[in-house]
Design a protein around this ligand. Structure first.
Ligand code: DGJ
Length: 727
């Protein structure tokens, strides 16, 4: 029983394979407090961590000090008001304009399985148990249903809240976050991911300071700039040692991930939809479901946290995980908008020559899309470019043994489009203002069903028009004019979240109607690379920056949370169209190999030496790709940290084989070899290193490591493959 309730002590207990989570009821009013989250403990008697003796004035003992109690009690799901001055999860504006809310335990139940979260991406699967605790505000008759799911095979707690108006008057939620965690702030550091276009998911780690720190997005998307994730860790935590807490948000819009250190050096970490751009009207009888927060606690460092997230997401979130991930050729950096049927066939022939399985026709095949200034919303083939349409293209590619994939940007509308001319109101705009264009385009109002239907009819018509195996769903701008005529003026605060719900509904229809389709999400690269989108698409284009050196840093950040199988990783044109760097073809190939591999350039323009490397790269992807995508991932070295070399290792789940990708970016001014200690192997098993034939025990490879020879050169790549020797 991973979930239990000790009636005598009034303590709820959640056990994952290696962690324990404790909550307790306090006082006659039944406040729900957070007691402990961390490595497994057998004890239930840890209520002393609520520190009631330091603040002996529980309201029923000393109601005159209610404010002091609220100011320091570690609420499990804090609500605003009454003296809780720290960031709350819940804020309410009631029918009279009042803003206070107090939550007390009402009831609970434990059940097998996990309910779906209506309209939202969320973890799922068998082998799990769920605890529902109902809290109640007796004045408002507001009920908060806290859901906690524990999977047998994951050291994670998946949390969300459903807020129900059981009263007789409408009220507005002005904050409805998904989770809060309270702990002592002593000796903790905070980790977030930040960046910009072409520099997504860069890891940042810093000490916790008094006050609020964290990360957020108000761009309508999870964003390139910040990431819906926050970790707290011991300062001594390393890749494989030390305590780390992760909070990942299964959501793709505005978010707040924040750690607040208070006057008592306690920290409250919260995660949820950003309250500043949120409001939700709750009529009597109605409910609001928050998105899910996936909490992980690892006692084996950052790597332990990462592997837990990888497993959780692969087994219980990414529905397309088992889909085949073909090596592909994408037309974007090969020809941008400048192609026609013949040119695409030429790319198809290039793909066929090397056995590349899929040609992806990126932007430019529809409407009059010769530049990025027009045609979004007009998802009809440009018959000048492709006289036989996608149908003939797919057929002729199929004759070569190559499958067809296409690009679309379904959420957008160009002012220069037939759709806009027919339905200018489909674009989001604030009344009386000219909407802000970005990349010459506006955003469709996905909160409206007729707009979603119009988009969906077009997408499905395209997908039914030809044998299309793959769709790249792009989204190239933030939301700036967040307003929908579908809502009255006093409910416009719902628009940003309703947009995300509309997006989810569209992608749900797509994956339901086209179960064989491989969907890859994209947002000007990784602007919406998040756990929410992974529920719909098993891979996401990680960044428009595919230059290998920058990509090492971006992929390290992404792999902190997401399995390597989720990262689109291509060998792009050189010098890089994004940063101008000249990086050898072999290195570009090796860095891409650890994700979902492809080429994004004109293979015919490569030198003979480079072309000669292609068959080997594809063979390596076929051979090692499954281990990188499905195995346990260990970061052995970080170029971001050491500025010289990078090494990532993947070990097959049954530990029968392992592969290390080592990239020396800059020459080391040393004639001594470099020792790289391996990880994750079975201690007592014997492993043969394929390139040298050396045989050592797993323990030997892990304690002794491998010596990487001193090569006085920039850009050195090595793939080391180890296989268990079986008698
Ligand atoms: C942005 C994407 O990130 C690129 O890969 C490419 O698809 C362009 N959009 C096309 O407009």
């Amino acid at each position: 029983m991973p979930i239990s309730y000790n009636e005598q002590r009034r303590v709820f207990r959640l056990d994952t394979p290696h962690t324990t989570y404790l909550m307790g009821l306090v006082g006659s009013e039944n406040f729900l407090g957070h007691i402990y989250y961390g490595p497994s403990v057998p004890d239930d008697n840890m209520e002393y961590l609520l520190r009631l003796e330091e603040s002996p004035f529980t309201p029923d003992g000393n109601a005159r000090e209610r404010a002091s109690f609220y100011d320091c009690f570690p609420f499990e799901y804090p609500a605003w008001g009454g003296g809780n001055f720290r960031e709350p999860c819940l804020r309410v504006r009631d029918a009279r304009g009042g803003g206070n809310c107090e939550l007390f335990y009402d009831s609970h139940r434990v059940f097998q399985g996990k309910p779906a979260l209506e309209g939202l991406p969320a973890t799922y699967g068998d082998g799990c148990e769920t605890l529902e605790i109902v809290l109640r505000d007796p004045v408002l008759e507001l009920r908060v249903h806290l859901l906690y799911t524990v999977f047998e095979d994951a050291d994670a707690i998946c949390r969300s809240a459903r807020i129900e108006n059981a009263g007789t008057e409408a009220l507005d939620l002005t904050a409805a976050l998904s989770a809060s965690l309270e702990m002592d702030a002593e000796e903790l550091e905070v980790i977030t991911l930040h960046g910009s276009w072409a520099r997504e998911q860069t890891i940042d780690r810093r000490p916790l300071r008094p006050g609020r720190q964290g990360t957020f997005s108000q761009r309508g998307i999870s964003s390139h700039q910040f990431h819906p994730f926050l970790a707290l860790c011991e300062p001594t935590a390393t890749q494989e040692r030390g305590l780390v807490y992760g909070m990942s948000f299964v959501y793709s819009g505005n978010f707040l991930a924040q750690a607040e250190t208070d006057q008592y050096r306690r920290v409250r970490a919260v995660l949820g939809i950003h309250p500043d751009s949120f409001q939700w009207r709750l009529e009597p009888g109605a409910s609001f479901q928050t998105p899910e927060a996936a909490l992980v606690c690892s006692d084996s460092g950052l790597g332990g946290m990462s592997r837990t997230y990888h497993d959780l997401f692969r087994r219980h979130l990414i529905r397309g995980q088992k889909k085949h991930r073909p090596a592909l050729l994408n037309s974007w950096e090969a020809c941008y908008f400048d192609f026609d049927h013949e040119r695409l066939l030429q790319l198809g022939r290039e793909a066929a020559r090397y056995g590349i399985e899929l040609l992806v026709v990126d932007d430019g095949w529809f409407g009059r899309r010769d530049t990025d200034t027009s045609s979004l919303g007009d998802w009809r083939v440009d018959l000048k470019k492709l006289p036989g349409g996608l149908t003939r293209l797919a057929e002729e590619l199929a004759d070569m043994g190559v499958k067809l994939g296409v690009w679309m940007e379904p959420e957008m509308i160009s002012p220069d489009s037939d759709l806009y001319r027919a339905h200018p109101d489909y674009a989001m705009a604030v009344p009386g203002r000219t909407p802000t264009q970005a990349r010459c385009q506006l955003v469709l109002d996905l909160t409206r069903k007729e707009v979603r239907d119009c988009v969906y009819d077009q997408i499905s018509a395209v997908l039914r028009s030809a044998d299309i195996r793959y769709l790249k769903w792009d989204m190239n701008r933030p939301l700036t004019d967040v307003y929908s005529p579908s809502l009255p003026p006093d409910r416009q605060g719902e628009t940003a979240h309703r947009y995300v719900l509309g997006l989810y509904e569209l992608q749900e229809r797509l994956v339901t109607d086209f179960p064989e389709l491989l969907l890859e999400n994209c947002c000007s690269g990784g602007g919406r690379f998040d756990a929410g989108m992974l529920y719909y698409s098993p891979q996401i284009w990680t960044s428009d920056n595919a230059e290998a050196v920058d990509r090492l840093v971006i992929q390290e950040g992404a792999a902190l949370l997401y399995p390597l199988s989720s990262m689109g990783a291509h060998v792009a044109a050189c010098p890089s169209h994004v940063n101008g760097r000249v990086t050898p073809f072999a290195i570009r190939g090796q860095v891409s190999l650890t994700g979902c591999f492809g080429y994004e350039l004109d293979l015919d323009k490569l030198s003979e030496e480079e072309q000669a490397l292609i068959p080997g790269q594809l063979a390596e992807y076929r051979r090692f790709g499954p281990i990188f995508r499905e195995g346990d991932c260990y970061r052995l070295a970080s170029y971001r940290e050491n500025h010289t070399y990078d090494a990532v290792m993947a070990v097959a789940k049954d530990k029968s084989a392992a592969v290390v990708s080592f990239v020396q970016v800059r020459s080391r001014a040393s004639r001594r070899s470099l020792r790289l200690r391996l990880a994750g192997l079975e201690e007592t098993a014997l492993y043969r290193r394929e390139d040298t034939g050396e045989v050592r025990s797993g323990a030997g490879w892990m304690r002794g490591g491998v010596l990487m020879e001193a090569v006085l050169s920039d850009y050195l790549g090595r793939l080391i493959y180890l296989e268990q020797v079986r008698e």
